[in-house]
Design a binder for this molecule. Structure first.
Ligand code: 3H9
Length: 684
């Protein structure tokens, strides 16, 4: 795990634990052994610790959390390095994260290469830096700066890290050579070990930071606990602070938030590895077509431009094409403003965009994504035209959010080249991409979609064909559960409050206002034809729609936005809703949450059982990344496991006592409940 070489009095310790040099047990033991060897090596006067591969150290091995600890622990590794009587230099490239940066803090000097990510992201996993990070970082860069860095978990750039005194040097060229050169300089100066633990941290007032972090990361104990530990650095001697850090760390390891956040971390990576395309080479994609330049089409085009692809956007006439150009230009300008790209890059990317009004312009494109009006008739026309215009083996993708992609594919002579690419709005910002694999989709086309997703910086989740795929299908179910509560007498404002307290950034009726009440109205109209007589229509939502209250875009919907930008409860809306309600029952917050979540979990179970989602974790990722599910609850299926599938099934049976049409326990949930198993058991 550690390669030890001696170069003219300098011991070079190279870490070799691909893919990210995670500090698992074997590597920790290897590090301690290598440092001991260096100390005993009379020919070695100083040591350089460097990461082999693409980064320095990716942090503690997350997969070991929750398992019995194995010695040496990471705090001990940092102590052993720091205690060395001869200096140790950390030469950092790529990333030093979490325990990886803590190891660097144990070293006596630090150099990093340009572009390196230096961070303590532990709070994003529900824990705190537990290998001395909360004690050494405040001593090195100041309590306030360390607190800010640890509370939010955001990485520093090398430039900022050098300014703060975390880094001694920013290197040039190759990291190993730069590290050795720096070590030699230190040797020539006669520099000895410089231990962070010998430094003093000054007390700081963290009140404002605590307020900010509590607001941003509500429901999560880790940031506040991490700040307690940081404050100890200025209050307690180093050893005592370290012991307290350990105690607080162990406490956080036991929390459900830690389990949920780590589930989310691994689930987001697991979805990208699709067994059915293992070993299948994707087709080359360098140029893509986008059909339709509305908000969605322009967002997709922007995402593709940002990923360095050539884009041809087809619109129906010149003025629509011009409007699309403007939208894309403003998306790119916003990306430049956020610092994602430089102004020069923005101009270069704009050059890679062509607009056209004729499908002939797509003759050379490798893949086209259609983002036009959601009507099967229109989609058929578009796909027939694409089929004619595009070269053989080009991929024809649809961004439909619910239409039957098998039926769309049937409008072409090449259904095996047709696939769904369901982006989320704004498409150049949102990271989720549902890849909808139709009946005849060629695995190579699926592999290409997954490769494209990666290139666009998106997380792809495989979905099967059904109305709404994974995300919108489940959404329509829990939305219906909420609407039934309103029909029975609940206030939509109370429902929003209960679900926001659960952890959603916005309750369902605030989301309606954001999306536009016309969207919901059109969906109800569309589904009316196939509705069951006992399906209850959200007549209160229709009433708002007919009153012209379409949500934020008209200044009024469920809420009134004319005076308060965040939206205020509006007596006019209340009157319309109350007039449409069928009952006057009141629901407690617990009851609201239980019904909403039971509907979500049960439909998630159906989606998995029917093979629309591959595994429960795919449902979790879709809800986490596309629908605002609180990450610290891990997604609906993980959350259901934490409650116990038996409890959810029992809730549904209780609700079925009043309404046996809507509430039925799905076969999978029923099975798990009876067998005492969990959704997690179905994940790999
Ligand atoms: C910590 O350090 C606690 C300490 O303070 C206290 C201890 C006492 N462990 O993301 P990628 C896997 S907490 C185990 O696709 P990239 C990952 O699952 C830790 N496995 O690569 C994937 O596996 P697979 C603080 C890990 O280039 C593979 O490596 N550190 C770990 O896009 C490739 O990962 C962090 O929070 C890990 N720590 O990004 C950093 N990290 O191929 C977490 C990755 O089987 N990691 N894997 O799916 C990251 O942010 C990114 O992985 C990184 C590389 C930026 C490093």
């Amino acid at each position: 795990m550690i390669d030890y070489t001696l170069e003219d009095g300098i011991a070079v310790l190279t870490v070799d634990n691909p893919p990210v040099n995670a500090l698992g047990h074997a590597l920790r033991a290897g590090l301690v052994e290598a440092v001991r060897r260096f100390e005993a090596d009379g020919a070695a006067r100083t040591a350089v610790l460097v990461g082999g591969g693409r980064l320095f150290l990716g942090g503690a091995d997350i997969s070991e959390f929750g398992k019995p600890p194995q010695s040496p622990g990471l705090p001990e590794v940092c102590d052993v390095i720091e205690a060395s009587a001869k200096p140790v230099v950390a030469a950092i490239h790529g990333a030093a994260l979490g325990g990886g940066l803590e190891v660097a803090l144990g070293c006596h000097y630090r150099l990093a290469m340009p572009g390196t990510k230096l961070g303590l992201p532990e709070v994003t996993l529900g824990i705190l830096p537990g290998a001395g990070g909360t004690q050494r970082m405040p001593r090195l860069i100041g309590t306030e700066q360390a607190a800010e860095m640890i509370a939010f978990g955001a990485p520093l750039t090398p430039e900022r890290a050098q300014e703060l005194g975390l880094l001694d040097r920013i290197g040039e060229g190759d990291v190993r050579t730069a590290g050795i050169a720096f070590a030699r300089e230190l040797l020539d100066q006669g520099a000895g070990p410089r231990r962070t633990s010998d430094m003093r941290a000054e007390p700081a007032d963290l009140t404002d930071l605590r307020t900010r972090v509590t607001k941003k990361m509500r429901g999560q104990p880790a940031p506040g606990t991490a700040l307690d530990s940081v404050e100890n650095a200025a209050r307690l001697p180093f050893r005592e602070g370290l012991a307290e850090e350990r105690r607080l760390f162990q406490g956080l390891i036991e929390t459900p938030q830690r389990a949920a956040l780590i589930h989310a971390f691994f689930a987001e990576r697991a979805v990208t590895k699709l067994p059915e395309i293992a070993g299948v080479a994707p087709r080359d994609v360098t140029s893509i077509g986008v059909i339709g330049g509305g908000t969605m089409g322009s967002g997709i085009a922007t995402a593709a431009l940002l990923a360095g692809l050539d884009v041809t956007l087809v619109e129906r006439d010149d003025s629509a094409a011009e409007a699309a150009r403007d939208r894309i230009a403003s998306n790119l300008a916003a990306a430049a403003k956020r610092g994602k790209i430089t102004e020069a890059k923005r101009d270069a990317l704009a050059q890679a965009l062509t607009t056209a009004t004729d499908y002939g312009a797509l003759a050379k494109a490798d893949l086209a994504i259609e983002a036009v009006f959601e009507s099967m008739e229109v989609k058929h026309e578009v796909f027939a035209a694409l089929d004619k215009a595009m070269k053989p083996r080009a991929i024809l993708a649809t961004n439909t959010s619910y239409l039957d992609i098998d039926a769309i594919a049937a409008a072409t002579t090449r259904p095996s080249d047709v696939i769904g690419l369901h982006f989320f709005s704004p498409a150049h910002v949102m990271k989720l991409l549902e890849v909808v694999v139709a009946k005849e989709t060629d695995p190579q086309v699926t592999a290409t979609a997954f490769a494209l997703a990666r290139r666009l910086g998106k997380t792809p989740v495989r979905a099967g064909v059904c109305d709404g795929f994974i995300g919108n299908r489940i959404l329509s179910r829990y939305r219906a559960a909420a609407d039934r509560m309103v029909l029975d007498g609940a206030s939509p404002y109370a429902i929003d409050r209960a679900l926001e307290a659960f952890g959603f950034p916005m309750g369902p009726y605030r989301v309606s206002d954001l999306a536009g009440l016309d969207i919901g109205f059109m969906t109800r109209e569309r589904k009316a034809a196939t509705a069951h007589p006992e399906d209850r229509r959200a007549t209160f939502a229709d009433a708002l729609y007919h009153a012209g209250r379409l949500g934020q875009k008209t200044g009024k919907g469920y809420y009134n936005y004319t005076e308060d930008r965040r939206g205020a409860v509006d007596p006019e809306a209340v009157a319309l809703i109350e007039a449409a309600q069928e009952g006057s029952r009141s629901f407690s917050d617990e009851e609201i949450t239980a019904r909403y979540m039971a509907a979500m979990v049960d439909e998630g179970a159906r989606v998995v059982d029917e093979g629309i989602a591959l595994r429960p974790l795919d449902v979790d990722v879709v809800k986490l990344m596309g629908y605002g599910f609180p990450r610290w609850k891990g997604g609906p299926m993980h959350w259901a496991d934490a409650q116990g599938p038996g409890r959810i099934a029992a809730d549904i049976r209780r609700f079925a006592g009043e309404d046996a049409h809507f509430w039925q326990v799905s076969p999978l949930l029923d099975r798990l409940a009876r067998e005492g198993r969990t959704f997690g058991d179905l994940n790999p």
